[in-house]
Design a binder for this molecule. Structure first.
Ligand code: C5P
Length: 227
């Protein structure tokens, strides 16, 4: 097939991006981390005083939305996509616990989703793509060639994120990370606007049970079935 669209959805921190990146590399197609886009909007809102304690100034955010430019640049040295917000490299900033603790509230806002979905669909218009997120198979690319839904227990997922924070020497407890993972899942699953949900035609992949190689093999087999 000339143009391939692969949608990967699932809970927070269950290894979606890792699988998506490996798959993109294997198939030599682009990879887009849609969560990074919602994280950029959240960072922008935080930096511009639109989130005070837990209250979001939606009017201010709505009128600023068109000033938020998000782009990805493939970094040859690290072989990863780096995220830019209005020209600034924000890859590290958008992964902070502060951004993580507000991102699900920001991404529950209808006008934010509408804008992000438009941008994401445009990215998949012309080129083969693998995109990971929460609503990629249900809303962004309902006609994707392959849809995967990834899961793993909250503890396994929190453990993974906790290790990442430790590597960055960030002083965050395991319980805080677990709490964040659980609370994001809850907001993502129960929001009104395109909640996190397995698409009817998605294939389930439990990332807690099988390793990286096996997952890739599994996906390649699924792709073959659809050829
Ligand atoms: O994938 P990641 O965990 O970085 O995404 C951060 C947050 O962005 C999620 O918890 C979710 O609230 C939101 N998100 C979303 N829809 C997507 C991708 C992410 O609502 N397609």
């Amino acid at each position: 097939k000339s143009k391939l669209v692969i949608a990967i959805d699932g809970y927070s921190s269950c290894g979606k991006s890792t699988v998506a990146k490996d798959l993109a590399k294997l198939l030599n197609i682009i990879f887009i981390d849609s969560g990074a886009m919602y994280r950029c909007v959240t960072l922008y809102a935080l930096e511009n005083g639109m989130i005070n304690s837990d209250k979001i100034d939606e009017d201010k955010l709505k009128s600023a939305l068109n000033n938020i430019s998000i782009s990805f640049k493939f970094e040859a040295a690290t072989k990863t996509n780096e995220t830019y917000l209005n020209g600034e490299l924000v890859e590290s900033k958008i992964r902070s616990l502060e951004v993580s603790s507000h991102v699900s509230s920001i991404s529950a806002i209808g006008f934010v989703r509408k804008k992000m979905v438009e941008l994401q669909q445009k990215m998949g218009e012309t080129e083969s793509i693998v995109m990971d997120g929460r609503d990629i198979g249900t809303v962004v690319f309902p006609n994707a060639d392959l849809k995967l839904f990834m899961t793993a227990s909250p503890e396994i997922r929190a453990e993974r994120r906790f290790k990442e924070f430790q590597e960055k020497n960030e002083n965050i407890s395991f319980d805080e990370v677990l709490e964040n993972v659980k609370s994001r899942d809850h907001i993502d699953e129960t929001r009104e606007e395109s909640p996190l949900k397995k698409a009817d035609d998605a294939v389930v992949l439990d990332n807690g049970k099988i390793g990286k190689e096996e997952q890739l093999n599994f996906i390649v087999e699924e792709l073959k079935k659809r050829d």
